[in-house]
Design a protein around this ligand. Sequence first.
Ligand code: ATP
Ligand code: MG
Length: 682
Amino acid sequence: MPDADDLLTGLDPEQREVALALRGPVSVVAGAGTGKTRAITHRMAYGVATGVYKPTEVLAVTFTTKAANEMRVRLRELGAAGVQARTFHSAALRQARFFWPHVYGGEFPEVTQSKFPLVAEAMRRLGKRADTPLLRDLSSEIEWAKVSNITPTAYAAAAGPARREVADLSAGDVANVLASYEEVKRERGRIDMEDILLVTAAILADDERIAARVRQQYRWFVVDEFQDVNPLQSTLLDLWLGGRDDICVVGDPRQTIYSFAGASPQILASFARKHEGAQRIELVRNYRSTPQIVAAANAVFARTAAADGVRLLSQQEPGDPVTYVGFPDELAEANAVANEIALLHRRGMPYREMAILYRINAQSEAFEEALGEHGIPYSMRGATGFFNRAEVRQAVTLLRGSARGGETEGHLVDDVRAIFSAMGHTDDPPTAAGAVRDRWESLHAIVTMASDLAEAAPTAGMTALVADLDRRIEQAHAPAVDGVTLATLHSAKGLEWDAVFCVGMHEGMMPSVHADTPVLVEEERRLFYVGVTRARHDLMISWAASRKPGGRGSRQPTRFLDTLLPAGHQARQVSAQARQRKVAKCRVCNEILAVADRKLGRCSTCPATYDEELYETLRAWRKEQATEQGKPAYVIFTDATLQSIAEAKPADAAALERVPGIGPAKIEQYAASVLALVEEAR
Ligand code: ATP
Ligand code: MG
């Protein structure tokens, strides 16, 4: 077991404060990338090492199984193997299983793996049909109602104010589904995931003896990602505590992005009211991102009334500026991002250290295609690739069948619409968000491909469309383990990459059109913030003024960039300006530069104008530095910066600082050695 004091040495002063606050209520309000997990795992290990905690009496609750596993590994490494690290579900399930026979007698009921069959039966009993996306939306709604402590009878009254909408069902319809679902479940002797928490809470609330046993077992509680705790989990936590207050919660109110699933951004704030005299510790030092990225993250909240959350302070060296860029259309955007990724890769950044983040899954297609075209491997997080989605496969199969059945020229879009209407597709989007809307977006994307094709080639028929789809399928198909991550902002939570591209960030997408109240807009703001704070080193935020080439160009960049884009400019002008910046010319041949070559200042195909020997010397020096500091090489200087140095051959620090990508911190750290190498090469 490590020495107790050793456990404190790797922590900064605030993290150390967390580790030392072993007793009583503690709330850690910490920003993104401030080392929350590090602080709480060290705290538990320190408590164990000093003998204050008996390891088996500590329960650490996390948001996902993945996070629980990671925490268990970290605790073992820190000599606190006996500590329980679990999700709310797994902790509750253990207790419910154990006490069920004592309370209710008999075997613990079977836990349903999926709600779909039960929801389908509930719908059937109500004389309604439901396809998979609707089953998914109804299941989410049932989960929301249950974790929010809303019964089927109370649902209709609660749904309106909470702005709940499920496809085109009325609140009364949904309430009936909720009631019928519970009935079907009971008849079949099953329980669901939420019941596990409900049952555990009921047992603890009703049986004093059992509650006492559980409370004797666990004396010390730690909750990670507390901002996403829902009312049901909060109730359970209170029952575990039973009036005691040895609890430490960690969270970032600016990262609450699961309100639609029942979490509340107020829950962290109300902790202090509930636990009087709670010690509050803020972690503001961000270890993940460059000051440029951290400044952008802070600016996202600059003009909001929300005082919650912390302003971050970067602990990293200055890096490149954040890029904000508007493209004329989505094709140009996807190509530019793919180009930029190819460039970063050539400069030594592994693909797995890069991510493209978007608001909804339907946005992935253009990027899958552009990456495929560039031969860049990628993998999708938490979703299947566009052409592997059930509705898209079904749609393509139907179109293929229609193409085989013969051609009718000139009606391509109408033909596609007719085929899709048999799949239940409508011209107008469903009003509610959710799986039904996702499915609509997927099919709509194919209708759009058809109309693009029809516009480009007015005589194109179904065969041509199928050929075009096949080309896209072929091109998009490059999934790989060591690939660029494609993910929605939601599924990027808690993760980090060297380079992050937040794409499709225009009004209507970010915030989503569904966010039509200030409260919903704030949730979207937090989601945007989660995206921005995923990046360690490079961040590009982009949008397209039109969906397709030659479009009207009326889309505006997201309002969350208002404080970040140059002041006094209308968004439109900014996007025009961004486009202008994009038409920078090559300094060798004076041709318009590809986006990927912007940093280079010349076409990558044009001859280098720098001293190549000096460049190689600088690279060798950089490699030594990287090895010595245990950092990736491009964090020290990018290839482009080294090329610029080899080109400019600066004679002194002032000249060196004029090289793009070099700021005061780099000057202080590296000027002497770099200038010496330049001098030698003269
Ligand atoms: P998020 O809010 O995005 O989930 P987080 O607060 O959980 O972020 P971590 O992912 O735990 O942050 O930490 C971010 C990075 O900072 C990790 O790579 C971690 O190792 C590093 N880090 C944390 N604390 C320190 C420290 N005191 N010294 C050096 N590195 C640190
Ligand atoms: Mg985290």
